[in-house]
Design a protein around this ligand. Structure first.
Ligand code: ADP
Ligand code: MG
Length: 406
């Protein structure tokens, strides 16, 4: 909560819930994209008020949020102003102003998860340093500052070599693969040059990508959702299969690694842990998101407590809900479109039409504005951003308990 007196105590005891609605506390969410929107949807069912901060007046969450402040979640003064209006501050995107969150915490503002977590996660290199320091298995990695350094890393790890931007990465924007030493400089250029802050990872020839949504309450209790398999198309999550078809030993190992990774971070909320399963049965951590995630959308229909409800419960100090599945299996398809008028958009509409004919399938529309360039430009304001403004907004997801979706 804020230090001022007009806020509420957010730490409930299980037997001490208010009589009207589950919480009087206003949850402030930095970011009003589709995840913010889905948080608002879950909140409305629980009589929880969610306010979002997003620069786009027509951001996906704006139509259903209790309130929407139009402004940048990466701007200190704006975030401070926003925080004054909420009882607890959380995020639906990690690329927010971590320094301001730290300052706000010192002033007594209740941030969940903690600013320290956001700071670690929003820099992928720092994330790797943090998790390896906590004994979490992950692909070998090293920072690179110049072409010589990149070549040394190539000699060390071999090719293909994965180059990554430390910051502002999502949906594969921020990754470049060099298949040989000759391709190093073009990979570096594709990422905007060394000034952006780059590192390399050893290529991991995984047999499956897995993900675990982990919830942590304000009392540090931890609850893990069943392990899912994620299938990416062009670095974007395309299909999620729940539960993952893996032996129980792998399931246990993946859950243990995810549990350990989240235990090393501070604050409440849901966290998505992306993992690689290797041929020899190892689980390596890829990255963690400190928020609901597209690998957890199936939880809306397929689990007793959706990841969005769970996030709200966690940040408000309410009891965590049951993460287990209430359907034997579920599958999530993520449909992509171009901007309106482009073929991709119509294709998405056609597929959604077909999905509606499948018993047990549900459609969730992200309601993304036509182009996300304004938001991207505000996020990628550093040098080299021009080459990365080509946008493919996600227009929707469909999910169902059947595997014969389109
Ligand atoms: P983003 O932040 O865009 O999700 P990730 O670092 O998770 O970026 O990478 C996107 C995808 O690229 C991963 O889901 C995986 O398919 C692939 N990938 C990432 N790192 C490696 C690696 N070290 N080896 C092989 N594939 C990788
Ligand atoms: Mg990822």
């Amino acid at each position: 909560c804020q230090a001022s007196t007009d806020t509420h105590d957010t730490s409930f005891r299980k037997d001490d819930l208010p009589a009207h609605g589950v919480s009087e506390v206003i949850v402030g969410v930095l970011g009003g994209g589709q995840l913010g929107r889905m948080l608002c949807q879950a909140a409305s069912e629980m009589a929880i008020k969610v306010m979002v901060l997003d620069p786009l007046a027509n951001c996906p969450a704006s139509a259903i949020a209790y309130d929407h402040m139009v402004g940048s979640f990466d701007d200190s003064a704006t975030v401070q102003e926003f925080a004054k209006r909420c009882g607890v501050l959380t995020v639906e995107i990690e690329h927010v102003d971590a320094a301001t969150m730290e300052k706000l915490e010192q002033q007594g503002v209740d941030c969940q998860p903690k600013a320290s977590t956001i700071r670690i996660i929003q820099d992928k290199y720092l994330q790797k340093v943090h998790f390896s320091g906590h004994g979490i298995p992950l692909p070998d990695f090293v920072q690179i500052d110049d072409l010589e350094g990149a070549k040394r890393a190539g000699d060390l790890f071999g090719y293909p070599l994965m180059l990554k931007s430390k910051r502002l990465a999502y949906d594969g924007r921020g990754n470049a693969v060099a298949k040989s030493e000759e391709e190093l400089s073009s990979a570096v250029n594709a990422l905007g040059g060394f000034d952006r802050g780059l590192y390399v990872e050893k290529w991991t020839p995984f047999v499956k990508e897995l993900a675990v949504i982990v919830a942590r309450g304000r009392d540090n209790s931890i609850s893990c959702y069943p392990v899912v398999e994620t299938i990416h198309k062009e670095n974007i999550c395309h299909i999620v299969k729940a539960p993952a078809a893996i032996p129980w030993k792998i399931r246990k190992l993946a859950t243990d690694v995810a549990h350990k990774a989240v235990s090393s971070l501070e604050g409440a909320g849901v966290f998505a842990v992306e993992l690689f399963l290797t041929k020899d049965g190892q689980i390596l951590l890829n990255e963690v998101a400190p928020r609901p995630h597209n690998s957890g959308h199936h939880t809306i229909e397929a689990c007793y407590t959706s990841q969005f409800e769970q996030h709200l419960r966690a940040v408000l100090g309410l009891p965590l809900g049951d993460p287990s599945m209430k359907t034997p299996a579920a599958i999530m398809y993520n449909l992509l479109g171009e901007d309106e008028g482009e073929p991709g958009f119509h294709l998405a509409h056609q597929l959604i039409g077909r999905a509606l004919n499948i018993q047990g399938a549900s459609v969730h529309w992200y309601d993304k504005p036509e182009m996300l360039e304004a938001r991207l430009k505000s996020m990628l304001k550093e040098e080299g951003s021009e080459s990365r403004t080509a946008v493919t907004p996600r227009v929707g997801i469909i999910m169902g308990s059947d595997s014969d979706l389109p």
